[in-house]
Ligand binder design. Structure first.
Ligand code: ZN
Length: 250
């Protein structure tokens, strides 16, 4: 059976000198692996479409043992990202993190739109890597069902507090009073109101308005640290691409 879908290549693995396995984030089927045949060599029609970050209009053959790429029309390869190692390595981290959350048929389309919009802003340098990284992480985790609860203290339930502590392992916040009464030995990060509001905005904003906010440099730095701590707690491990990105940006 032939199926059509839009999708971006998140990873590729060589299977032989000519064939590759592509990991695709598609609008209709979420995350899928598809075999691409005869992709090596300058004369291959699929060579450019099989590159990581290539966004294509795909025709896939769906067989008993999985998908095979029948044809792919390249729509965007985000070539400009390759001109800057920081931007390219951040894009690589977005790809690795996206694979980790296993987008499904239900949320794949929305996650694909989020990834394309983020890569566009990164490529065109309309927003900085420091801004785009936490926005992508938090929105992706939220779309994948891992949104933190920032609304009220997890012990006393009080809302609208000016300053709370964020508990990345639990994805919750706790107020200073409750923290004194209930000592907590895991990671906690103080969360000023501006950063909490930015996080709530990222989790809840209409997708067309997602990137339409500004933060002071200090708040942006804290947002990045909080978002990364939360992401790594939920990912339960490390990402090689993130380590590389950090090694060239610090
Ligand atoms: Zn409390």
């Amino acid at each position: 059976m032939i199926v059509k879908t839009h999708g971006i290549v998140l990873a590729q693995t060589p299977l032989s000198s000519q064939d590759k396995r592509l990991t695709l984030l598609t609008s209709d089927f979420g995350l899928v692996d598809a075999i691409a045949r005869n992709v090596s060599g300058a004369r291959s029609k699929l060579s450019a479409a099989a590159e990581v970050l290539a966004y294509n209009d795909f025709c896939l053959f769906k067989g008993k043992s999985g998908y095979i790429v029948n044809s792919a029309d390249l729509e965007n390869n985000f070539y400009g990202l390759r001109e800057d190692l920081v931007n390219l390595s951040l894009a690589g981290y977005f790809c690795e993190l996206t694979r980790f959350v296993l987008p499904s048929e239900d949320n794949g389309g929305e996650i694909l739109r989020l990834l394309l919009n983020t890569l566009y802003l990164l490529e065109k340098r309309k927003r900085t890597p420091n801004f785009l990284k936490p926005v992508y992480e938090l929105r992706l985790l939220s779309l994948s069902g891992f949104a933190p609860n920032l609304h009220n203290c997890c012990i006393c339930g009080e809302e609208g507090l000016e300053e709370v502590y964020f508990l990345p392992v639990d994805g919750r916040v706790i107020c200073g009073n409750c923290l004194q009464k209930h000592p907590y030995d895991k990671l906690k990060i103080i969360l000023p109101a501006a950063v909490r509001k930015a996080m709530e905005y990222i989790l809840n904003a209409d997708s067309r308005q997602l990137f339409a906010f500004q933060l002071t440099p200090d708040s942006e730095k804290l947002l990045e640290a909080v978002s990364e701590a939360f992401t790594l707690c939920h990912a339960g491990g490390k990402f090689k691409s993130l380590e590389f990105y950090k090694s060239i940006t610090i």
